[in-house]
Design a protein around this ligand. Structure first.
Ligand code: HEC
Ligand code: HEC
Ligand code: HEC
Length: 497
């Protein structure tokens, strides 16, 4: 049972090595084949939980299940549910990892909580029948054999999904933004490390100051009003009550007035809470192709601003393409003043780089039915979705000229790029970037194709990931943008067809 596959203790995770990773895959398959012939019962045990360190997080260099499972693109996904948008010190949160994929028949998973500096908080195995610490490592929870089998039993009844439940106790102090990484393998039958669909996702939890009920990072009179509203009430009725329960006894009482100390300092918050809490990484994927990331219907009409674009001749696209933020504002965010100043994407519309508008102004502009028209009725986007996009616009953009020269060549270091690529991209895209074809068999498109043909798009995707896919980019690993630029330099020498 400890000889290979799940439960294998030989899995020391490769640091930089493409070759090392490839060997692991071969070993896993070899072990599978040999044990399958001799001891079929042991093979089943491989479904009995994954090795630790495979959640795609920075603590283990972005390693994930594709170390052994051959990566195939699927139509499902994984969601990390129940994670607090803001964690209060020492509180316990019920998290669940939901894997869904109507093409498959069951699932396995793993979860961890990390910052760029390491693991944070404490996991509790609240459902020991279906979940367990991976390799006994309390930083990772994975499925049990029973959990995996149960997922098969109820998969169809659950509409092609299964949810694993765990608990996470937040750290007792401010560790900054904590990313809860959740990965899932949607499994097929018969069992084996091939044919699974691997998905990765995350949820970000920000630190909450006790007393800051609305989440604008400031304890002010609005929060005092929450304390008054919650007074004497059991915590949990309005969820904001938890944030004014200073002594964490699940009751808002006189003893909680200490949390209101900040009121004495007067209001200092500048931005609305919804903006403070928004996720720029997700917003970047919405900027790319919002309906794929938000899983809402693809628009069919032209965007209302499309007809009035200053140049109606160069860009003849219609329908959904006209709704992508990038189509009007560019991959370099500079619109007509950047790469889309010429060629078949030219619209004549200005960029969003360096915008001086406030979060609320941008939110209103995007939601206005007579302007950008990203209304709930027309697009299915929620307020949270739109705030994520606003957060990206105001905090996630970079000047691409600092990373890519005017000829489209990355300034980054190719040798370093090979190291980062080996950690974060190799397992899915293969040694030369051709494992996943984004184009058609006749007209293939690979990592190298995008890196060479559109380095601005490449930089955006390498940093933020591909909307609606299992791909996480370098931002969620809290890697410096220089590393994405290095990956760009390295992949520009890969095959383009
Ligand atoms: C060390 C190699 C290895 C790693 C790493 C690995 N697996 Fe597996 N996995 C296997 C092998 C081999 C099998 C096939 C044998 C079996 O089904 O038990 C398998 C099977 C499975 C199955 C059952 C497949 C089916 O069709 O029923 C699930 C679910 C699964 N793995 C999930 C995961 C998840 C989730 C991860 C990452 C968190 C992961 N695995 C990481 C080797 C690995
Ligand atoms: C069909 C083209 C089009 C699409 C698609 C589009 N925009 Fe715009 N955008 C414009 C035009 C035109 C303006 C300037 C006029 C205006 O404000 O309506 C603008 C202005 C902006 C501004 C203000 C810039 C400034 O400082 O004046 C922001 C921010 C912005 N857009 C963000 C977005 C985001 C985010 C998306 C996707 C969710 C998006 N846009 C999609 C055409 C578009
Ligand atoms: C978990 C697997 C996985 C990992 C890891 C991963 N990708 Fe991807 N990547 C995908 C998938 C899936 C797609 C979408 C494929 C499709 O649409 O057919 C994709 C798409 C892309 C695209 C092209 C999107 C397009 O349509 O133009 C690029 C470029 C890319 N990835 C680069 C990278 C880079 C660079 C890294 C490392 C930082 C990386 N990927 C890591 C799975 C992954």
């Amino acid at each position: 049972m400890r000889a290979g596959g799940h439960g294998a203790s030989f899995l020391s995770v490769p640091q930089a090595g493409e070759v090392v990773v490839q060997k692991f895959r071969d070993v896993a398959v070899a072990v599978l084949v040999s044990t399958a012939l001799v001891l079929p019962a042991l093979v089943l045990a491989f479904s009995s939980g994954a090795n630790s360190g495979l959640t795609n997080g920075p603590a283990n260099n972005a390693s994930n299940c594709t170390v052994c499972h051959v990566f195939e693109v699927g139509i499902g996904g994984v969601e990390v549910l129940g994670a607090p948008r803001r964690y209060l010190p020492g509180r316990t949160y019920d998290l669940s990892v939901r894997v869904f994929d109507v093409d498959q028949v069951g699932a396995g998973f793993e979860v961890s909580a990390e910052t760029g500096a390491g693991h944070v908080g404490t996991f509790v195995v609240s459902d020991p029948t279906n979940t367990q610490f991976a390799d006994g490592d309390p930083n990772y929870i994975t499925h049990t054999l029973v959990g995996h089998e149960t997922s098969h039993d109820v998969w169809a009844a659950n509409g092609g999904s299964y949810t694993f439940n765990v608990q996470w106790v937040a750290p007792s102090a401010d560790f900054g933004d904590v990313t809860i990484f959740g990965v899932g393998n949607a499994s097929n039958l018969p069992t084996g490390p091939e044919g699974e669909h691997f998905y990765a996702n995350y949820a970000i939890a920000q630190f909450a100051v006790t007393g800051d009920a609305d989440g604008d990072t400031d304890v002010d009179l609005r929060d005092f009003a929450t304390l008054q509203q919650c007074f004497g009430a059991a915590v949990g009725l309005p969820s904001a009550c938890a944030f004014v329960d200073d002594d964490a006894d699940a009751l808002v009482a006189i003893s909680d007035y200490g949390a209101m100390f900040g009121v004495l300092l007067g209001p200092t918050a500048i931005d609305p809470p919804a903006f403070v809490l928004a996720d720029a990484v997700r917003g970047a994927k919405l900027y790319d192709k919002w309906w794929a990331e938000a899983r809402v219907p693809t628009p069919t009409t032209d965007h209302p601003l499309w007809a009035s674009r200053p140049d109606t001749v160069s860009n003849t696209r219609t329908g959904s393409a006209t709704w992508r933020c990038k189509e009007c504002h560019g991959w370099d965010y500079k619109g007509v003043d950047g790469v889309y100043g010429g060629g078949s994407h030219r619209t004549g519309i200005a960029g969003v780089f360096g915008t001086t508008k406030t979060p609320t102004e941008i939110f209103n502009l995007l939601r206005d039915p007579a302007d950008h028209a990203y209304t709930a009725a027309l697009t299915g986007l929620t307020d949270e979705d739109v705030w994520d996009a606003v957060k990206f616009v105001l905090t996630g953009q970079v000047d691409t000229d600092s990373h890519i020269d005017s000829g489209g060549v990355f300034y980054g270091s190719s040798p370093l790029g090979s190291v980062w690529y080996g950690r974060a991209c190799f397992n899915c895209h293969g040694e030369d970037g051709t494992q996943v074809n984004f184009g058609t068999p006749a007209d293939p498109e690979y990592v190298g194709t995008v890196a060479v043909a559109n380095p601005w798009e490449f930089l955006h995707k390498a940093r933020y990931g591909h909307p609606g896919s299992g791909m996480l980019g370098t931002e969620i690993l809290q890697w410096d943008i220089i590393r994405a630029s290095d990956i760009g330099a390295y992949t520009q020498s890969m095959p383009v067809q």
